[in-house]
Design a protein. Sequence first.
Length: 179
Amino acid sequence: LFWCGVKSVRIGFFHGEHFSIYFVNVLIFNSKAVVERRGFRPKIFDEDWLKMFDLNLHSTFLLCKHCLRSMKLHNYGRIVTIGSRGAVQPGANLAAYCASKAAVVALTQAIAEETKQTNITANVVLPSIIDTPGNREAMGEANAKDWVSPQSLAEVICFLAGEGAKDLRGAAIPVYGSL
């Protein structure tokens, strides 16, 4: 856990199909996708495509939609979504993942445009490989020194969630480490 000194955040709750929000100052959202390099094999492509868009884009859309209600009511909010380097530099055999993350970038930038006359900002970070135990297990540790450290990524996110970034809107911030 990394503390960044952002204003207090009250949490929203799902009640069956209804979502209640009391007050949200800052929304930072990252979906956890397990990325498999499958390419365009017709038997699995449709299922993978829909799953990836549901996980990355639809979940981001729903959280932003409901949190924006509260943010607009209070004329204050910071939205930081997590895209991926693959959103702007797609890799082979990662079409569904990269396209869904590119859609997260577009959604975030659209929200920034729609809220630019308010005290609400929306920005997206684009990390490359993050140095996590899961990534080390999946990819080995040989190149881990070049990956993005979780603390480094958290510092960028905390900046975007704070007052110092009040004039940043719709930015797609690359956080690539040494890759």
